[in-house]
Design a protein around this ligand. Structure first.
Ligand SMILES: Nc1ncnc2c1ncn2[C@@H]1O[C@H](COP(=O)(O)OP(=O)(O)O)[C@@H](O)[C@H]1O
Ligand SMILES: [Mg+2]
Length: 298
């Protein structure tokens, strides 16, 4: 299957994000297409990663199915892909989802079970995460006493900014804030338990929600390597950073290149492309028990 950096389907374009190209199928439905684009340090790389789009799509799809009892989600009932679209992009059915058009809630719903990334940075400086008190003396990558909800603004450009739960309540309303927190924590607990059964720690993850017919529903992608930190449970050693399951390899390569992390990003050599692709496939295999994405016609 050829890898895809940019799509050009014969449909009106709704949006092009870092990874997904989204089209309008109708007034109420979107087609979200996961490309093989990869970003590192918030910059999209010029080289596609084969299989990545399908892995992300199938992982999200699998989580949407598994968590359907916890929260309604944006998957449309009819997942068939019109044949003229399939003809325009072979394998489209493997890398896309039909979803209902929602009004995105403009906050990222982050849940952290472990102290890492911006949470660790904040804790080291303030002893809290966005003002939420935590026990003293925690080390980097330590497991938190319980998972915590740490919302962030959804920046249209640039980096997201962590906000306190009180700030979320004042901006979104306390009922909505409570709903977002309750749903996010229950999704995280479900996912973290499933992941651990399969030898992976779900250190933290980000959910997005949207409004649909007056209800809050789960949208976007769910517990993929792009929206989450997964660590190999066997290699877990708190007290320092953990190798991330998928992107560490790529980040390490880019770090030793000495690239200044400003666009344009350098192209990737074949060896790094294959190594990264293998890691995404490994994440899919471990999280769903499937070795390969289901391939049409194979
Ligand atoms: N059901 C939905 N309705 C409307 N917008 C959605 C829906 N699901 C996801 N989105 C939006 O579509 C975009 C997905 O593309 P992505 O490549 O992830 O973009 P980004 O670079 O902003 O992360 C996100 O902006 C997300 O908020
Ligand atoms: Mg996204």
């Amino acid at each position: 299957m050829t890898s895809v950096l940019t799509t050009a389907l014969p449909l009106p374009l709704h949006s092009r994000g870092k990874v997904r190209d989204t089209y309008r199928l109708s007034d109420t439905e979107l087609l979200m297409v996961s490309t093989d684009r990869i970003s590192a340090f918030d910059v999209v790389l010029p080289t596609p990663i084969p299989e990545k789009g399908r892995v992300l799509n199938q992982l999200s799809r699998s989580w949407f199915r598994e968590t359907g009892g916890l929260v309604r989600n944006h998957l449309a009932r009819d997942q068939s892909i019109p044949t003229e679209l399939l003809a325009a992009l072979p394998g489209l059915d493997q890398r896309s989802q039909r979803v209902v058009l929602a009004q995105p809630v403009m906050f990222e719903c982050v849940v952290r079970g472990y102290l890492s990334g911006s949470g660790w940075k904040d804790y080291r400086q303030t002893g809290t995460i966005a003002g939420e008190p935590l026990p003293a003396g925690l080390e980097e990558s330590d497991r938190l006493p319980q998972p915590i909800f740490t919302p962030a603004t959804k920046a249209l450009t640039g980096h997201d900014e962590n906000i306190s739960r009180a700030e979320l309540a004042s901006r979104a309303g306390s009922d909505v804030a409570q709903t977002l927190e309750r749903l996010s924590l229950s999704l995280y607990r479900f996912g973290a338990e499933r992941a651990l059964d399969r030898g992976l720690i779900l250190a933290d993850t980000k959910f997005e929600f949207g409004w649909h017919n007056g209800d809050v529903i789960l949208i976007d992608e769910v517990m993929t390597p792009d929206s989450s930190r997964f660590w190999d449970a066997e290699l877990y050693r708190p007290g320092g950073p953990q190798p991330s399951f998928d992107k560490q390899y790529l980040r390490d390569y880019l770090e030793q290149l000495g690239w200044n992390k400003q666009p344009p990003a350098p192209p990737l050599p074949q060896e790094v492309v294959v190594g990264t692709s293998d890691r995404y496939l490994e994440a899919l295999r471990r999280l769903t028990g499937r070795r390969q994405p289901v391939t049409a016609g194979v």
